[in-house]
Design a protein around this ligand. Structure first.
Ligand SMILES: Cc1ncc(COP(=O)(O)O)c(C=O)c1O
Length: 322
């Protein structure tokens, strides 16, 4: 990841230099993790840079904020334009985009009182989260000793800053033991997800994944992959996943904005399938990247061109909506 290439940040309505985008040490969010955020990717397409599933990410951002009582003082249209503006100003053709809305400085009671909500959008180039080799050949993962918290403890479907301490513990433990990523079980011993990815299995011709009943963040990449799988005529089953399902699966892969579609080749030393990415994973990954690059016109409505004018409806978009 290269922050160094990012020169501009959108902060509370203005585009400012990266070095000036600071917040006070008394910010509530710094002490209690009281913020919500998104991670999106902007891809290079034949029509110029485009943000993948911008609408869905903004839906989730507003939903996460509502759960935590964080009032975002900008409309969807304003945030849409702000995301595009920060990408344009930085001159990126592809990048990762991180909008974050957090409680600033006023009180350090746990009850945030009148803490202001600050809204910031960062963008920087970020190649595949689990590495180019992981994307191609698959990653080795471990079942974490840390459990994923359940929704009666914290809203698992919200993407909130403090919730990521659970993920950080899990991934640090995994990496310290030589694995690329951690896989967390939920409180009922079912598979939940990776520290920053959802999980899919392929078994006997079925594509299997779990849902919010198993303490996962409902990923936007997961949703895209479910749609792609159905379009490819795969049978999909959404149900509880057991560790044995994974260990005996024909194939397994992670999905996430950062990790995209990354095959899993080993779990705690046990090979999945033959220890190489399987045909279903490869096909889904191929169609996913055809969608993100704009090459597969069926999925063009998932791409929001960075150069569109606010409110503009482009002919190609109309085409793909109809
Ligand atoms: C805990 C967790 N699960 C799943 C995902 C995948 O979600 P998405 O595909 O929306 O990026 C992420 C990444 O945002 C995550 O942090």
């Amino acid at each position: 990841m290269t922050f160094a290439e990012s020169k501009w940040v959108w902060m509370d309505g203005n585009v400012i230099p990266w070095r000036d985008a600071t917040t006070h040490v008394s910010a509530h969010a710094l002490h209690y993790g009281s913020g919500v955020f998104e991670g999106m990717r902007c891809y290079e397409t034949t029509d110029g840079p485009a943000v993948f599933r911008l609408d869905a990410h903004l839906d989730r951002l507003y939903a996460s904020a509502e759960i935590y009582g964080i009032i975002i003082g900008y409309t969807r249209e304003e945030l849409t334009e702000a995301v595009c503006e920060v990408i344009r100003r930085n001159g990126f053709s592809s990048c990762y985009v991180r909008p974050i809305c957090y409680l600033g400085s006023d009180s350090l009671g746990v009850h945030p009182g009148n803490c202001p909500v600050e809204v910031v959008i960062l963008a920087w180039p970020w190649s595949s989260y689990l590495g180019a080799e992981g994307l191609e050949r698959g990653v080795c993962v471990t079942v974490s000793p840390w459990r994923k918290f359940e929704s009666r403890m914290m809203p698992t479907t919200a993407k909130a800053c403090g919730q990521y301490l659970n993920s950080m513990l899990a991934v640090r433990d995994a990496v310290s033991r030589g694995f690329a990523e951690a896989l967390l079980l939920d409180a009922n011993d079912h598979l939940a997800e990776g520290s920053g990815e959802n999980l899919f299995l392929v078994r006997d011709g079925y594509l299997l994944t779990n849902d919010e009943r198993h303490s996962i963040l409902l990923g936007i990449t997961r949703d895209a992959v479910l749609r792609i799988a159905r379009d490819l005529d795969y049978r999909v089953e959404i149900r509880a996943l057991h560790l044995e399902d994974l260990l005996s699966a024909d194939e397994a892969f992670f999905t996430g904005t950062a990790a995209e579609v990354t095959p899993i080749r080993e779990v705690d030393g046990t090979e999945i399938g033959g220890g190489v990415p399987g045909p279903v994973t490869n096909e889904i990954q191929r169609v996913f990247f055809a969608a993100t690059s704009g090459r597969d016109l069926r999925y063009n409505k998932w791409l929001y061109p960075v150069d569109s004018q606010p409110g503009e409806i482009r002919p190609r978009l109309l085409q793909s909506i109809s």
